[in-house]
Write a protein that binds this ligand. Structure first.
Ligand SMILES: Nc1ncnc2c1ncn2[C@@H]1O[C@H](COP(=O)(O)OP(=O)(O)OP(=O)(O)O)[C@@H](O)[C@H]1O
Length: 254
C-alpha cells in the first residue's frame, strides 16, 4: 500500500501540487489523469524520490519514504516521461548499466532481457546507440531497462507515448499481468481509453489539486450515459471555450 498524505510541491510561487492525499493499493493498476501541467509528473517524481516535496509525506508498506529511501527505491522501477537519456550508450550498454546499478546478476536478467527484447521487437537494435533510435525505440529501450528487475512497483510516466499499436498493446498486457501477480502498477496517461481499459482506480488532477479519486466505473455511474471523455472534459477541462475553434478556423455552419 502506498499512502500519499497532504503532499504539496511549490516551485517558487507556483503551487504544482496542493494537499494531495490518496492511497494506492497493492496489486492494483492506478492511473493519473490530468491536463498538461496538472501535477502528474510532480506526483510521480515525488514517489520515486527525484524531487523533494515541499510538505506532506509518502509511505510505502508503512515505511516513511524520507527515512527508507533506499529500501523503497529498490522496490520500484521507473519510466520517466522523456526517453531522451543516456543517448551515447547502446541499448545493451544501457541495460548493463541498470543491471549493475540494481545489483542484479547478468545471469538473473539475461532470460528476462531476451524475452523483453523479443516482445518489443528490439533484437536488431541492441547494439545501436540510443541517440540513433526513433522516439518509440528509445521508449522501448527505457521500458526494457525498467522492467529487467521485475520489481514490486512499476511507476510509468506516460509510458505509451510514441509506442506503435503493437508495443502499446503488449505493454498494457504486461501491466495487467504484473498487477495480477499482486504487484502494483502506477502510470500517467492522456489517453482516456487506455485509462478505462486498465485502471482499477484513478486520480484526476487539475492545477495541482485532486478532483476525483475512485474507480472508472463509479465515475461513469455518477454521470448517466456520458462517455469518459465528456465526463473528464467537464471536470478537468476549460469551462468556457467552445467558441475558440470556430474563432480560429471560422464558423462554416451558417
Ligand atoms: N522544475 C520545475 N520548475 C518550475 N516549475 C515546474 C517544474 N516542474 C514542473 N513545474 C510546474 O509544475 C506544474 C506541474 O507540472 P507537471 O510536470 O507535474 O505536470 P504534468 O501533469 O505532468 O503535465 P504534462 O501532462 O504536460 O506532462 C506545471 O505548472 C509546471 O510548469
Amino acid at each position: 500500500m502506498i499512502e500519499i498524505n497532504d503532499l504539496c510541491k511549490n516551485y517558487g510561487d507556483k503551487k504544482a501540487l496542493q494537499h494531495l492525499t490518496l492511497q494506492i493499493k497493492q496489486g492494483e493498476i492506478f492511473g493519473f489523469l490530468g491536463h498538461n501541467g496538472a501535477g502528474k509528473s510532480t506526483t510521480i517524481k515525488s514517489l520515486v524520490s527525484i524531487i523533494e516535496p515541499t510538505s506532506g509525506s509518502i509511505t510505502v508498506d508503512g515505511m516513511e519514504l524520507k527515512e527508507h529511501r533506499q529500501e523503497i527505491k529498490e522496490k520500484i522501477a521507473y519510466v520517466p516521461d522523456t526517453p531522451d537519456i543516456f543517448l551515447q550508450l547502446s541499448a545493451m550498454e544501457y541495460w548493463d548499466l541498470l543491471t549493475a546499478a540494481y545489483n542484479l546478476s547478468d545471469q538473473d536478467v539475461k532470460q528476462r532481457r531476451l524475452q523483453l527484447v523479443e516482445l518489443f521487437g528490439m533484437g536488431e537494435h541492441v547494439d545501436g546507440t540510443i541517440a540513433s533510435f526513433s522516439h518509440g525505440m528509445r521508449q522501448k529501450a527505457i521500458l526494457i531497462g525498467a522492467l529487467l528487475s521485475d520489481p514490486d512497483i512499476w511507476i510509468l510516466d506516460e509510458p505509451m507515448q510514441g509506442l506503435d499499436p503493437q508495443a502499446a498493446h503488449d505493454l498494457k498486457q504486461l501491466m495487467k499481468a504484473h498487477a495480477k501477480k499482486g504487484k502494483t502498477v502506477i502510470f500517467s496517461t492522456h489517453n482516456l481509453d487506455t485509462a478505462q481499459q486498465l485502471c482499477d482506480d484513478l486520480a484526476i488532477l487539475k492545477k495541482g489539486q485532486l478532483i476525483y479519486n475512485g474507480t472508472v466505473n463509479d465515475l461513469l455511474a455518477q454521470h448517466d450515459n456520458e462517455s469518459l471523455e465528456d465526463i473528464y472534459l467537464q471536470m478537468a477541462g476549460r469551462q468556457d471555450g467552445g467558441h475558440l475553434v470556430d474563432d480560429i478556423e471560422g464558423d462554416n455552419h451558417e
